[in-house]
Design a binder for this molecule. Sequence first.
Ligand SMILES: [Fe+2]
Length: 133
Amino acid sequence: MGSWSDKFSVNIDIIDEQHKELFNILDKCYELLLKDKENDKYDEIITILEELKEYTIYHFQTEEDFMRKNGYSKFLTHKFAHDAFIEEINKFDIYSIDIDQKKSINDILDVVSNWIKVHIMETDKNIPKYLKM
Ligand SMILES: [Fe+2]
């Protein structure tokens, strides 16, 4: 899977650095999907999901603090998008994951790649445009 590259930059160092973490989580998820098909992957899926949850809360907090401090004018719309991602991640439940592990990994991959493609590439990339610095 592709790793972070300049084309994903939002031109704000602290945010770019944290976005690289999201790509690491995406990579781990892909590796898990491709790994030996017979094995039970339940514990590893839960580990990735917990990591994703913690990262998401920590990262969105950083972005929101940055936007507030720098007079970002579309704060509420942006925060709304963040909250929607948190909600989506919280929807995964530990029982359904065990019923169809492959589907769960694919669902996590979908959330993260959609976050990168839509949120980072469109919403986050526009952060500098709406700052009063
Ligand atoms: Fe964002």
